[in-house]
Each structure stands twice: as C-alpha cells, then as structure tokens.
Ligand binder design. Structure first.
Ligand code: FPP
Length: 235
C-alpha cells in the first residue's frame, strides 16, 4: 500500500491525510477481494522499518490502525472475514496488541476471506525468529537436523497455515519487495503499478488480477495458465 505520502504531498496536505485516504482504499480493496472471490488478502500496513518515520506520523498510523480495528471489526465479522495478524507483537503498545488479538479471536471461525494484516512485520525478522525456534527444538532433541525442510520452516513462520501468495501488487511505481514475505514470495507473481495507493480501486485490482490470470506460472516446471483466477475475475 505504497504512495500515501506522495499522494498527500501532491495536494499540499499532511502525510496523515494520505494515510487516511489509504485506509479508504484498503476498505475498497477488501470489498473487491470478496467480490473477486479471493480466499486470502494480505496487506502490508506497517513494516519494522517504518519505526524510523517521524513520531507524529507513527502515532498517526497507530491511531488509524486502532480506528480501523474499532470501527470496522463488526463489518468485517458480518462479512465473514477472518482476520490474521503477522509481525512482531511483543514490542507493540498494549492497546494495539489487544485490538489485533481481539480481531483474530472474534473472527476466528469465519469462513470467508482471510484478511492478513502485516503489522510491525519484517520478513527477515520473521525468518530469524523461525531459526531461533527451530534451533531450540534441535537443542531439546525434539527435531533432528535432517528433518528440517521447507515444510518445517513454513511451520515456524507467522504465516503458518496460509498458502504462499500467488500475486503481490505494489503501488506507487517502486519495484521491490521491501522485506515483504521474502520466504513466501519465492514463486509469487509480481505486479508493480504506477498509481499511488489512495487511488487504488476495484477496477485497478481487477485489471491486476486479469494481468495475473494471463501469465503462465511454471514453478520451475512446465507451464500452466492461471485459469482459476481468470474464471473468478471474469465470472
Ligand atoms: C506507505 O505509503 C504506506 C504506509 C507505510 C502505511 C499504510 C497504511 C494505510 C494504507 C492506512 C492505515 C491502515 C492500517 C490498517 C494501519 P508511504 O507513506 O510510504 O508513501 P510515500 O512512499 O509516498 O511516502
């Protein structure tokens, strides 16, 4: 969800005004994801690197997250959305941690879209935490070194139980992943859009999915078209 700051600067507005419009774009994206029958939508809403921003912007973003969780949780629950949170929780403010956990608990049995909120998330930090947990298991004798494989590592990541992303969309013209799901994105298709996040809407989302559907995914093997998603997007 990149480009909120530039969207605001282009209009002579404070950066937080861009983040507020970014929250509207997020709500549109969630509605569209349901319409497009996606099973999972992951949003990168605050990275471990975002702590280096000015304090007032950080406080503004924390306030927006709280507003989103307090204001939208009922609607998310009614829409059968299941919320999962990935990222480091131990260093978060007590109230934010509580709200994130409440959203997970309230929606845990929902069967619709799984909305994965990456908050205070950093992919390398996630991998370090997994390595530490695996090392503990090795030292306690609960795991043998030759048992470590992709499946075991995936089980120690925050995304345990969630399939790897098929498609990653980044707005604002930047063409990099910036520590977003580095393990899980090994075979993801990537789409970089020049538009800024507050301008992202249903039609941009649909066009990105059409672009994805037209690609042939090979996973290192023979090619297979992305037929399932093409069928969902085009009804
Ligand atoms: C990147 O734009 C965006 C963020 C760091 C925050 C994203 C937050 C929202 C979309 C709204 C809040 C929603 C939740 C759930 C917290 P940027 O600030 O890096 O923009 P720039 O690159 O143009 O400066």
């Amino acid at each position: 969800m990149d480009g909120n700051g530039r969207w605001a600067a282009a209009r002579g507005l404070p950066r937080l005004a861009g983040h507020r419009r970014g929250l509207d774009a997020l709500r549109r994206a969630v509605r569209a994801a349901i319409e497009f029958k996606l099973a999972y939508l992951t949003i990168y809403s605050f990275s471990t690197e975002n702590w280096s921003r000015p304090l007032d912007e950080i406080q503004g973003l924390m306030g927006l997250l709280k507003h989103f969780l307090r204001n939208d949780l009922n609607a998310l629950h009614e829409a059968q959305i299941r919320v999962r949170v990935i990222g480091a929780r131990d260093t978060l403010q007590h109230d934010i941690r509580g709200l994130l956990e409440e959203a997970e608990v309230v929606t845990r049995f929902n069967k619709g879209l799984t909305l994965i909120v990456a908050f205070n998330y950093g992919g390398r930090q996630e991998i370090i935490a997994a390595i530490r947990a695996i090392a503990q298991k090795l030292m306690s004798g609960d795991l043998k070194i030759n048992e470590i494989d992709e499946r075991v590592i995936s089980q120690y990541l925050d995304t345990v139980g969630i399939p790897d992303p098929d498609l990653i969309i980044r707005t604002s013209g930047e063409q990099r992943l910036s520590n977003f799901l580095p393990w899980q994105a090994a075979y993801s298709e990537l789409i970089f859009l020049p538009m800024l996040w507050p301008d992202f809407d249903r039609s941009a989302f649909g066009a990105a999915l059409d672009g994805y559907a037209a690609r042939k995914r090979r996973f290192g093997g023979p090619s297979a078209p992305c037929e399932e998603i093409a069928a969902a997007v085009n009804g």
